[in-house]
Design a protein around this ligand. Structure first.
Ligand code: FAD
Length: 373
């Protein structure tokens, strides 16, 4: 049996949940949200010690929507009472958003094939054999579950940040961490906290860049502050300009892994080096690569409305969305695109747009004469 939907959203992370709530808000009824695992699966798989670097604060009634909210009327700070949430708590917030908007969500449903029928509608097939047809497919499969294990020769010998359950599983020892941005610094700091010695090998020193405060290209204040506190720790050694070319396995158990750089330096360790070097370009969009044109930097090419330049009706939401130099890789960035995509979908489905989306809520407080603020 094939189910017919007006819209199918694949991926129930912040992007999929946010666009689902936006569609519901503008009156789209016949749609389903699908995830191969559970709601917020990537966040649930963060190392347990990982915290949001962007702070949450409930200020929505005053027109400043919580930085990590995926709808204008919700707030992870309010729902959790936390400023820097862990992944599991944030996944709980996402479930609350789905409940509040009564959104049909299918979990444990892995989309393994997407094709087109003769009418140009998308046909989806799950690993369980379920089928859907839809004129609008929203692909929200993120990046976290698609680590780049080919970044250099031998990268697959390393332990990627996304393979870590808890830093407590790493017994105090001597570790090499490769990378210089958020996840590498977080890995290094957590290992230091466990009493380990850490050699951090990095191409650049993003913490030294005080001019660019965009966490897409520089260290966030949260991580910068944590790193500053650790800079005097004698167990931390930082090697800059380390352009890693290979990690090779040796036969010597004391120096089992040899990490080589382009300028001829090398470091040895008997523990698997830890990779904080990011995810494959395009992330989960690579699962349906033929449905996109791809740019010179390996990014899926999109119209101004975040639609595939190859297939009208296929939209990309989430951190892989790029327009020129703008990278929408944080929740507060990519949520800006929800209203653009939702309006394009409404037009495609001939749904009259009665409501504005992602409008800053009115300050109800100050409309009340008794308000003393
Ligand atoms: C350590 C770390 C810290 C971060 N801190 C912050 C922060 O402080 N602030 C911030 O804004 N951002 C932060 N980010 C980035 C943020 O987490 C991501 O941008 C965000 O999770 C992306 O949301 P998403 O919904 O696009 O992807 P995901 O959260 O990865 O969700 C994608 C979903 O798609 C599902 N899926 C994938 N393929 C299929 C398929 N074929 N069929 C069905 N389902 C599928 C997955 O199971 C998953 O649930 C951080 C990221 C990391 C790694």
């Amino acid at each position: 049996m094939t189910e017919h939907k007006d819209v199918v959203i694949v991926g129930a992370g912040p992007a999929g949940v946010g666009i689902a709530a936006t569609l519901r808000h503008i009156g789209v009824e016949n749609f389903v949200l699908i995830d191969r695992y559970e709601v917020g699966a990537s966040l649930q798989r963060w190392p347990v010690e990982t915290r949001f670097i962007t702070p949450s604060f409930f200020s929505n009634p005053f027109g400043q929507i919580d930085l990590n909210a995926v709808t204008p009327d919700s707030s992870p700070a309010l729902s959790s009472g936390m400023e820097h949430l862990d992944g599991k708590t944030y996944a709980g917030y996402l479930r609350e958003v789905l409940d509040a908007h009564a959104i049909e969500t299918l979990t444990s449903t892995h989309i393994v094939d997407v094709s087109l029928n003769r009418q140009g509608r998308f046909r989806l097939l799950s690993a369980n054999g379920e089928r859907w047809e839809t004129p609008v497919l929203i692909w929200a499969t993120g990046e976290y579950q698609f680590p780049d294990m080919q970044a250099f020769e031998g990268a697959d010998l390393c332990c990627h940040y996304c393979q870590v359950n808890s830093w407590k599983d790493f017994k105090p020892d001597n570790y090499i961490v490769i990378g210089g941005y958020e996840s590498a610094i977080d890995a290094a700091l957590n290992l230091l906290e466990q009493g380990s010695q850490v050699r951090l090998l990095t191409r650049s020193a993003p913490w030294a860049n005080y001019h660019i405060q965009d966490p897409s290209v520089s260290l966030s204040p949260y991580t910068r502050q944590r790193l500053k506190n650790a800079m005097d720790n004698p167990n931390l050694e930082i090697y800059e300009n380390a352009d890693i070319t290979s990690v090779l396995k040796t036969s010597n158990p004391d120096s089992l892994y040899r990490v080589n750089t382009a300028d001829g330096r090398a470091w040895c360790t008997h523990q698997r080096p830890i990779l904080g070097t990011g995810f494959i370009c395009g992330g989960g969009a690579c699962q349906i690569a033929p449905f996109f044109d791809w740019g010179s930097e390996g990014q899926p090419l999109l119209t101004e409305e975040d639609c595939s330049t190859r297939f009208p009706g296929l939209y990309l939401v989430g951190p892989q969305v790029r327009h020129d130099q703008r990278i929408f890789c944080f929740i507060y960035k990519f949520r800006e695109r929800f209203s653009i995509v939702a309006q394009a979908v409404a037009r495609q489905l001939n749904i009259p747009l009665l409501k504005q989306v992602w409008q800053v809520p009115d300050d109800e407080c100050c409309k009340d004469e008794s308000c003393g603020c």
